[in-house]
Design a protein around this ligand. Structure first.
Ligand SMILES: C[S@@+](CC[C@H](N)C(=O)[O-])C[C@H]1O[C@@H](n2cnc3c(N)ncnc32)[C@H](O)[C@@H]1O
Length: 476
């Protein structure tokens, strides 16, 4: 098969990692398919890349819809699985988790897979959303459209899909988004040009916490002050003041808005957070999870689905209590601690909790959060887990429970042998990537006498391919 070749009447077998379609072809190789693949659909597809062991293909035409597709749906940026019924989405995710353990099942046959926990809400579940202002429809072909704001297109980062309503946030958030979008459009100021690095609108981020209903806004601009000559300064200041006035008026209209920032980003880096100016309200907003309260600022990392976070964290705690009923736990190592939330829910069950996290900035605020919740038995180590473990073990220190929640890339290869040097009877591994989870579990099973007690998938982001999984590993 050659690059560019069109294959006709191909039936998509299943969905695999990152929501790509999968099919085994006549030559024995497999193809990973982009472009709204749904298992069971009959499609024509074009080979876009030829690799040593597989092809990458793109759907060119759907010949027959999959029986899993719902009749009435709108395809929506950020929710690529909208066309698949929610029951089928859950089934696909459950199957993916079980299939990702293919090699592990050869090491341990009797793995208990608990049924996936569905999301409490299928729409409006995000407490944080980020929109990009964008000029190009295609960077490569230099096709522009003056004003776009929305999400980057899946698999085509150089495009942003403009839209008016986002199904992943609630009605109030949509109204605020609509007003901000209209204001920016009516201002006559241009959208930041990523090719020419010219001003003005860059990003809009909104947080609305699920339980407190408090809202934080960040509007990011590329102000171009530096190129302004003296006579233009007055206009620039006026311009900025108009934006601030708009944001202040908006905050008075929507009482949930408690904190508003403008960020002045004159760097090329396409990031939201840069030089921040508080233009309205407080520095932080608040959220409550499992009876703990958190201060959340524009830079804080916080789980994007609060209801789901409660479910995930409770399950982690349940996995612990189910196994540890009569075990004394002195020291918990909370590895890849992020917001420290997992560590905090163990505060009453252990003598001390040590949270290890790479990003210092976020963690300093979590120290305050722990104090605010009356938790005094937590300490924080700002380090790479792999380096922390080397030192901790060489000092002969012990741990009774390991909580591991790494980023998508999974654990660093040098950290894996080290976690096996503890005498802990249980480890709880939380993962957002089934592929790296399976890789790390395989290492653990091959090199220790741990076995997998149970595996639980949790659906945090309906209508997307994302899956979160909790695994309890125990030594009997
Ligand atoms: C999936 S998040 C963990 C979330 C966290 N358990 C929570 O609930 O908030 C992964 C975290 O690992 C951190 N991280 C990434 N690589 C790391 C490393 N090598 N050592 C320590 N932390 C790391 C990231 O900054 C991120 O906060």
């Amino acid at each position: 098969m050659k690059k560019g070749e069109i294959l006709e009447n191909i039936v998509v077998e299943k969905l695999v990692f990152w929501g790509k379609g999968f099919v085994r072809l006549e030559d024995g190789k497999v193809a990973f398919i982009t472009g709204w693949a749904v298992p069971g659909a009959k499609v024509n597809m074009k080979i876009i890349k030829k690799r040593k062991d597989f092809y990458e293909a793109q759907i060119t035409e759907v010949i027959e819809k999959s029986p899993l597709e719902t009749e009435n749906y709108d395809l929506f940026p950020g929710a690529p699985w909208m066309n698949i019924s929610y029951d089928a989405q859950l089934q696909i995710k459950q199957t993916q988790i079980e299939e990702s353990m293919f090699h592990i099942k050869k090491l341990q046959e009797d793995i208990t897979f608990l049924p996936i926990i569905p999301a409490p809400e299928q729409f409006g579940y995000r407490n944080k959303i980020e929109f990009s202002f964008w000029k190009y429809i295609s960077h490569r072909d230099d096709i522009r459209q003056e004003f776009n704001v929305g999400f980057h297109k899946r698999w085509e980062f150089s495009k942003v899909e403009d839209y008016d309503t986002c199904l992943l946030i609630d009605a109030e958030q949509n109204k605020i988004y609509a007003e901000v979008k209209q204001f920016c459009k009516d201002s006559g100021l241009p959208v930041y040009d990523q090719k020419m690095w010219t001003w003005f609108w860059r990003h809009f981020m909104m947080r609305k916490m699920h339980f407190s209903w408090e809202i934080l806004l960040v509007l990011s601009i590329y102000p171009d002050y530096f190129n302004a000559n003296e006579s233009e300064w007055f206009d620039k200041i006026q311009e900025l003041q108009k934006i601030k006035n708009f944001l202040i008026n908006l905050s008075e209209k929507y009482i949930g808005i408690k904190s508003v920032y403008i960020t002045h980003n004159w760097k090329k880096a396409d990031i939201l957070i840069w030089d921040m100016e508080l233009v309205y309200g407080d520095l932080v907003i608040h959220e409550t999870l499992l009876g703990l309260t958190f201060d959340i600022g524009p830079k804080s990392f916080f789980q994007t689905n609060s209801q789901w976070a409660e479910i995930l964290y409770s399950r982690v705690k349940d996995f612990f209590t189910d196994f540890q009923a009569d075990q004394q736990v002195w020291t918990v190592l909370d590895l890849y601690a992020g917001t420290w939330t997992i560590g905090m829910i163990f505060a009453n069950s252990a003598a001390e909790i040590i949270s290890v996290e790479l990003v210092k900035e976020a963690s300093q605020s979590w120290l305050k959060n722990a104090e605010k919740n009356g938790i005094t038995n937590m300490s924080f180590v700002n380090a790479k887990v792999e380096e922390f473990l080397d030192t901790y073990i060489s000092q002969g220190k012990k741990a009774d429970l390991l909580i591991i929640d790494p980023p998508r890339a999974g654990m660093h290869p040098s950290a894996l042998p080290n976690i096996l040097k503890f005498w802990t009877k249980q480890m709880i591994y939380v993962s957002c990537n089934p592929a790296t989870l399976a890789r790390d579990l395989e290492f653990i099973l091959k090199n220790s006498d741990y076995s997998i007690e149970k595996v639980q998938a949790v659906d945090m982001f309906p209508h997307t391919h994302h899956i979160e999984t909790i695994v309890s590993l125990v030594k009997i």
